[in-house]
Design a binder for this molecule. Structure first.
Ligand code: ADP
Length: 485
């Protein structure tokens, strides 16, 4: 089949700018698509980290002010591992330190509507005849609210077919009505079936309403967001568009997350050489100031600390850990109350619970390798990457059955051990009691070394490479192009 030209628009890309799963997906999916023969370019803001990483980036085109609130900008061309990058250079909007969405005190940048309005507008422009460069994509692929609005211009003004992927529906990008004119969206777009959403301009709702096709990052989450409980008020719209909504499970970067060749680890290991994993546990215990206990499992957490991730359920039973007995290591940051709760727990249980606040990529790898069992009691989880990293690292995950967690983790039972599918532990519901019950089951399974090895190997055999996802996106893009014509 004829290869496609694809513009992948995103607000973050690992390793330079990453706040969560979208950063990882943006680093891997465009490359996987390029490896399968497509002509892919990734568009993202030229944040300071990118300017530093690509000092040789060359000016490709000038972009004039496209609307009253949008400043002029430039497109820079760079390349990473054969993937062409289009860096949207506009220092007044993107040249600032730290996180792409919030300032140092954790507040949204006050001009986020303009920052991501410009990114969306330029993504759309590159898919239109008026594009300042001569490369023209068949597909403009927006991701989350920050680039979803591109679909609106493509819908009203014409251009390439569009796809919008929801990585997390909780973030929607809603702003005041005057922004419509300031961003240069047509008056006709101000409708309930346009960009308007309860009197506000919603970037995500606009994308979900107007993109040619939609996707989200796991089949279960595609079903869940059509339900009021998960859809954050967008469920009716998603039900309306369900024939155009696809669930495609993310892959993982199998080179970056490979216990057999991970420079962050104390010792490398593989499914047929699992004994060395123990050295990583000892090293992690030492690094984090935990007792060097070998008679109890070590549970690991690497996560944003937010209500979504369900760590309040863990805090509620934290003081009981020594009765299991088990140790706990936590790496995360976010909600101040959760951060304080984990710090206090570590103070009450020294040697048994260790907590590191902050974002630390290398420590995340060492926790994946050094923990015995990885905890993800999420209330909702569009896809989740850590459970797949855990499976690959022989660290069986313990999860709530939601979204991508439900699609990747198979609860250990006599039947699933017999058919070699059981690879982790699934909570019966979203409660502290259910979490505790699953932790008890995991601790008991861990004590039976032969059974534990089988569970680890079942997980390590799973193939979460991006090849599968890339093939599914190929079909989705072709469906969008067919719709558009
Ligand atoms: P989400 O995108 O909702 O945060 P995912 O599981 O999809 O959750 O992706 C989270 C990614 O961010 C993983 O790669 C995880 O290892 C990483 N991560 C989250 N918190 C931290 C942290 N404090 N330090 C290092 N990596 C983290």
């Amino acid at each position: 089949m004829k290869p496609l030209s694809i513009l992948f628009a995103t607000s973050e890309m690992a390793p330079w700018v990453k706040t969560g799963g979208l950063g990882d997906v943006s680093a891997a999916l465009p490359r996987a698509l390029a490896e399968s023969g497509h002509d892919v370019r990734a568009l993202l803001p030229c944040y300071p980290a990118l300017r530093q990483a690509f000092p040789e980036a060359t000016a490709l085109a000038e972009i004039p002010a496209l609307a009253p609130a949008l400043p002029p900008a430039r497109l820079l061309a760079a390349e990473t591992d054969g993937l062409p990058l289009l860096l949207l250079d506009c220092p007044p909007l993107y040249d600032r330190p730290g996180n792409p969405y919030v300032d140092v005190s954790g507040h949204d940048w006050p001009d986020n509507a303009i920052r991501f309005g410009l990114l969306s507008r330029v993504a759309a422009l590159l898919g239109q005849a008026a594009s300042p460069i001569d490369w023209r994509p068949d597909i403009v692929h927006g991701n989350d609210w920050q680039t979803a609005l591109a679909a609106a211009w493509l819908h009203y003004e014409g251009g390439a077919a569009s796809v919008v992927t929801v990585h997390n529906i909780a973030f929607q990008g809603c702003f005041g009505e005057p922004l419509r004119a300031e961003l240069g969206l047509p008056e006709a777009a101000w409708r309930f079936d346009g960009v308007e959403y309860h009197g506000l301009l919603s970037f995500l709702k606009a994308g979900l309403q107007l993109a040619t096709r939609l996707s989200t990052v796991s089949p279960s989450y595609a079903r869940e967001i059509q339900d009021e409980a998960f859809g954050y008020a967008l469920a009716p719209l998603l039900r309306h568009r369900r024939d155009h909504l696809h669930g495609i499970l993310n892959g993982i970067d199998a080179k970056l997350w490979n216990p057999a060749a991970d420079p962050a680890l104390a010792a490398s290991y593989a499914a047929n050489r699992l004994a060395a994993k123990r050295l990583n546990k000892t090293a992690l215990q030492q690094e984090m100031g935990l007792d060097p206990a070998t008679d109890r499992p070590l549970f690991g957490v690497v996560s944003r600390l937010t209500e979504q991730k369900g760590h309040d359920l863990l805090l509620a039973i934290g003081d009981d850990l020594p009765t299991l007995p088990a140790q706990l290591v936590v790496l995360g940051s976010g909600n101040p109350a959760l951060e304080a709760g984990f710090l206090a727990l570590a103070e009450r249980l020294p040697g048994q619970v260790a907590v590191r606040l902050g974002f630390d990529e290398n420590l995340a790898h060492r926790i994946e390798a050094g923990a015995d069992c990885f905890l993800m009691p999420s209330r909702f989880e569009p896809c989740g990457l850590n459970q797949m990293y855990s499976l690959r690292y022989g660290t069986p995950p313990l999860v709530q059955a939601t979204g991508g967690l439900a699609d990747t983790v198979v609860d250990v039972s006599a039947a699933t051990l017999a058919d070699k599918s059981g690879n982790g532990f699934v909570m019966a519901d979203s409660s502290s009691d259910a979490l505790w019950a699953a932790m008890q089951r995991a601790a008991a399974a861990w004590s039976d070394k032969r059974q534990w090895l089988r569970i680890q190997q079942n997980g390590m055999r799973c193939d979460f490479s991006w090849r599968h996802a890339a093939a599914d996106y190929d079909s989705l893009y072709r469906a969008a192009i067919a719709d558009r014509h």
